[in-house]
Design a protein around this ligand. Structure first.
Ligand code: ATP
Ligand code: MG
Length: 369
């Protein structure tokens, strides 16, 4: 898939701007705080309706404005398509349009524009806490499987309500009577999440192992293990089996959950580990190994999405190339010869021979298109 053009109105620091993209490599240059990451955020939001850094939709609307409008023309699924979002600074629900027709859910625009974001924090994803690793999985799977995104939203909603019950029950003990109902729903939807994740991580691990094998000159063997609730013996088991095993774990933590007033067990605690030739990267990996493995993971995600949909997602590299030594830069650039890439970079001289250069200054295009 290729993003041909994006038009932004009152999105972040862009008042009104239109930019044409090259089908290959696009280099966004500009000094700090000019809007480079904002542009990547717009591209990613256009396809997914998710921001990789905003907490609330209203943050995306230019300060002092009532709404933001973002629209893009995409070549995808062998035809020209158009996506458009209208976002409001108040609580009004956002609007989604696909090819001019209003849509109700993000599921209805799934697969039109998929993106993979890679930023400097991702380089440490295998050393950090578990939540960035879960985010990696959630961002990828939500784009690949609209039903996953729906289940994830549902799971988070039930989880939030259950947490509220656990906290409010001192004031209102009757709330405990409805707790089993929430637990049942949580296990039903949670089992679905585990089932999707098991398949995703198997594919991701397989692809990443291949990249890492080349990257390390055939020396290190990359292996990824999905970690979920301990009573789950096989995450590939039928959803009904998983549901029973989640129930089992919940029951054994019933007292502890009441005492701590929070949900202690479930796939919201999921994680994955990476070993290199049998040695845990998290515990023993060197900085270089951790970075190399993180690059393999990102390239793997792009490859997996391509294999599933038949088209490469748009790769968004936010300041990440300048963080890498020349050997790793070359590895990344050599692996992404196909597909569209948007790269942000502060130093104008660097990487300019790669493709189209787009210069941004204070939310505006600096060069004539
Ligand atoms: P760096 O090189 O430092 O990463 P950048 O070019 O990527 O910089 P961005 O993060 O894209 O910078 O843009 C930052 C600017 O956008 C900040 O100055 C910020 O104040 C501004 N900004 C963010 N959100 C909004 C908004 N809703 N309305 C107006 N301006 C905004
Ligand atoms: Mg930036």
């Amino acid at each position: 898939m290729k993003l041909n053009n994006i038009r932004l109105r009152n999105f972040r620091n862009y008042e009104n701007m239109s930019v044409d993209f090259d089908p290959g490599v696009n280099l966004i240059v500009g000094r700090n705080a000019q809007g480079k990451t904002n542009l990547l955020e717009a591209v990613s939001y256009l396809g997914s309706g998710r921001s990789f850094r905003a907490q609330k939709t209203s943050e995306l609307v230019r300060f002092g404005c009532d709404f933001a409008d973002l629209e893009g023309d995409i070549l995808s699924q062998e035809r020209e398509q158009n996506l458009r979002w209208v976002l409001f600074s108040n609580a009004r629900p956002r609007q989604i349009y696909r090819n001019g027709a209003k849509k109700k859910t993000t599921g209805e625009i799934a697969g039109v524009l998929q993106t993979v974001l890679f930023c400097p924090e991702d380089l440490m994803v295998l050393k950090s806490g578990a939540s960035p690793r879960r985010r990696l999985c959630d961002q990828a799977l939500s784009q690949m499987r609209p039903n996953y995104e729906a289940a994830l939203n549902e799971y988070n909603r039930i989880l939030e309500q259950k947490n509220r019950i656990l906290k409010d029950r001192y004031e209102n003990p009757a709330l405990l009577e409805i707790l089993p109902e929430y637990n049942t729903r949580l296990c039903q939807v949670g089992a679905l999440l585990i089932s999707y994740r098991a398949r995703f991580f198997a594919g991701l691990g397989r692809e990443a192992a291949e990249f890492h094998h080349h990257f390390s000159g055939g020396v290190e063997e990359f292996s990824l293990q999905y970690r979920t609730v301990s009573t789950v013996t096989d995450p590939f088991a039928p959803v009904a089996t998983l549901e029973g095993q989640l129930q089992e774990h919940l029951q054994s933590h019933y007292r502890a959950e009441l005492e701590s007033s929070s949900c202690l067990t479930g796939p919201h605690k999921d994680d994955f580990d990476v070993d290199l030739s049998g040695i845990s990267l998290k515990a023993f990996g060197s900085q270089g190994q951790v970075r190399t493995a993180a690059i393999s993971l990102k390239l793997a995600q792009r490859e997996l999405m391509q294999k599933e949909s038949g088209e490469y997602p748009v790769l968004l590299l936010d300041d990440v190339l300048s963080e890498l030594d020349p050997g790793r830069q070359d590895f990344v650039l050599n692996q992404i010869r196909e597909g569209q890439v948007v790269i942000t970079c502060c130093e104008p001289g660097r990487f300019t021979k790669l493709g189209k250069t787009i210069e941004i200054g204070n939310g505006k295009l600096r060069n004539d298109q």
